[in-house]
Design a binder for this molecule. Structure first.
Ligand code: ATP
Length: 573
């Protein structure tokens, strides 16, 4: 099925990039003809460092995956070329071998660092361990690396050759990146960095996106190391180590994460600064570097280029989109949820959930038919939100079975469940707060699998590009979350207290809107709600949950008349 693509013009970031890139290429193409060997070698080294910083930024600046030990990959590239040269093997063979090794290491490290069981800090810790291990390994493996003495890289040609190779690799890498940035990958990396949870519930795997970013980033760092090795002349364990890893973090942070020119600018400014500072204050420059890093992270998290661009750009959404095209240009992925034949949208069988030894959901059986609106009510702490989390995959069941649209999803990750056509709204609206409402909508539509004609009160957000989503009122943020979820084209939507914080009148309007969404778009709705007027207005059936068990199921009047319900819940209303 075709997706209605947003017609809103995208920021013309690519044109600017291409023009600036061409100007830069022309300028540096003239360098070999005007510069003597030494400055040309320095320029090549600066280019390699810039590329190294750019590599780290692919992971950290774009997908939010911080690597504390990226020099390990830079060093693998440098050692690959050095070891090959030392053993009379063509350096290009050493570079290619290094790329393969780096890809494998990055896959393993990345899988652990951003895998399902990873904490936010796991990646930082494991990459720190990697750089420490790599440096120590290079010191100890005398036969291969010549230990702390390092390996002299035999000079295989004039400096001009290194320079031209560096420029070629640089142009290829940046061109590939610009193409990726403006496609599906760039859009998803941005979305994952801005709100991983929301992105997951729009059917995108955060792990796959982050892992791809990390492996690409490792490959670029390796290529940078391979370019740098012949110019450095001596490759020693320091190139893999923690000091080098820290320096590249500073380059990226000072220049500005997520901006191509920022990272090259940062690499240039800090490298040149280091030359002068290093001469003047010796090893103390590392201390200065550390202080600069802390100050930048604390007071200027967008770096120098981020500060500049805030003054230059008036379009509020452009800064956050970082050149990514948020509306899809490519044909959409079409998940297979349309093919499901089950008459049930949701079927839960004997589901139990305990937190530690405390049982919260105690053997729930529940069926929601396709096209139904079911309201889930119950006293505070009954387990309603927990049940929605179990259905959506945010929590794993302790035992039991969950089916969505006929598929057994009990062990599935949230993004796989979403791709069956399962939408999710949260008690606290989950949006891309740094993007405009129009960009939020464009992202949901870019990931959609069917075209949806939204009701006017929801479609108004599509053209709202003069504020950020975070600036909207709570009521509008709730509506925007609903608009995104529906524009995405789900068959089943889980809503957690959608009317919380709304006035009585607004709540009833919301109930009427949800009825229309159900009738006109055929969406099945499972709604957790406390407001009994809304429940009465909305529900085809009401399920009452108390102490993690289904107490009764029926119409609002039936459950209201039920003695146990009156005792457990309604009696208190
Ligand atoms: N991650 C968790 N770890 C430990 N206990 C939890 C966790 N999540 C929920 N609980 C507990 O499970 C119980 C049910 O919580 P839940 O949020 O599902 O209730 P609810 O019916 O949605 O309540 P409310 O109407 O107040 O939102 C509560 O006692 C809560 O403290």
């Amino acid at each position: 099925m075709r997706v209605m693509l947003p017609s809103r013009p995208e920021p013309r970031v690519a044109t600017r990039h291409w023009v600036a890139l061409s100007a830069a290429v022309v300028t540096i193409a003239a360098a070999p003809f005007v510069l003597p060997s030494y400055p040309l070698a320095l320029l090549t080294l600066a280019l390699a460092y810039g590329l190294f910083a750019f590599g780290l930024d692919l992971s950290w600046g774009r997908a939010g995956v911080v690597s504390i030990g990226h020099a390990a990959f830079f060093g693998i590239g440098a050692y690959g070329v050095a070891i090959a040269g030392h053993n009379d093997v063509p350096q290009i063979v050493g570079a290619l071998a290094a790329l393969i090794i780096s890809a494998l290491v990055a896959l393993v490290v990345g899988r652990i660092g951003v895998g399902p069981k990873a904490l936010a800090s796991t990646m930082a810790v494991i990459t720190l361990a990697l750089t420490l291990l790599a440096e120590q390994g290079a010191r100890s493996w005398l036969g291969l690396t010549n230990g702390s003495n390092g390996i002299f890289v035999p000079s295989s040609g004039a400096v001009t050759n290194f320079y031209v190779t560096g420029i070629l690799v640089f142009v290829i890498v940046v061109a590939i990146w610009l193409l990726l940035l403006r496609g599906r990958f760039g859009r998803r990396a941005l979305a994952v960095r801005l709100n991983e949870h929301r992105t997951e519930h729009l059917g995108v795997s955060p792990m796959r996106t982050k892992l791809t970013a990390f492996v690409l980033s490792a490959l670029v760092a390796t290529a940078a190391g391979a370019i740098a090795a012949p110019v450095m002349g001596l490759v020693s364990p320091g190139v893999l180590g923690i000091v080098m890893s820290t320096q590249v973090l500073v380059w990226v942070a000072v220049g500005g994460k997520g901006t191509i020119f920022g990272v090259f600018f940062g690499a240039g400014v800090v490298t040149i600064g280091q030359q002068y500072l290093g001469d003047a204050i010796g090893a103390w420059y590392l201390l200065v570097l550390g202080v600069v890093f802390i100050l930048v992270v604390k007071f200027a998290p967008t770096g120098l280029v981020g500060i500049l661009s805030r003054f230059l750009r008036r379009d509020v959404g452009r800064a956050a989109s970082q050149g990514a095209v948020i509306g899809a240009k490519e044909a959409p992925d079409v998940p297979g949820h349309i093919a499901h034949k089950s008459a049930d949208a949701i079927r839960i069988t004997d589901v139990q959930k305990s937190f530690g030894s405390v049982p919260i959901i105690n053997g729930v059986d529940l069926t929601v038919a396709r096209g139904e609106i079911v309201c889930l009510i119950g006293p505070n702490g009954a387990g309603k939100t927990t049940l929605l989390n179990l259905i959506a995959g945010d929590l794993a069941v302790t035992s039991g079975r969950i089916e969505v649209l006929g598929g057994d999803v009990t062990r599935w990750a949230p993004h796989r469940r979403a791709r069956l056509g399962l939408g999710r709204l949260f008690q606290v609206p989950s949006l891309y707060p740094d993007l405009t409402p129009g960009q939020n909508m464009a992202f949901a539509r870019a990931e959609a699998f069917r075209a949806v004609d939204l009701p006017e009160e929801l479609d108004r957000f599509s053209a709202m590009d003069d504020v950020l989503a975070s600036d909207l009122s709570l009521a509008d943020q709730r509506s925007l979350e609903l608009a995104m979820a529906i524009a995405w084209g789900p068959e089943v939507v889980l809503l957690d207290e959608p009317a919380a914080g709304l006035s009585h009148e607004d709540s009833l309007q919301l109930a009427s809107l949800m009825r229309r969404i159900n009738a006109q778009l055929g969406c099945t709705l499972l709604v957790v709600e406390h407001d009994m007027d809304i429940v009465r207005e909305l529900a085809d059936r009401v399920v009452v949950l108390a102490n993690g068990r289904v107490l009764t199921v029926g119409t609002m009047d039936e459950v209201a008349a039920h003695d146990d319900v009156r005792t457990a819940y309604l009696g208190a209303v």
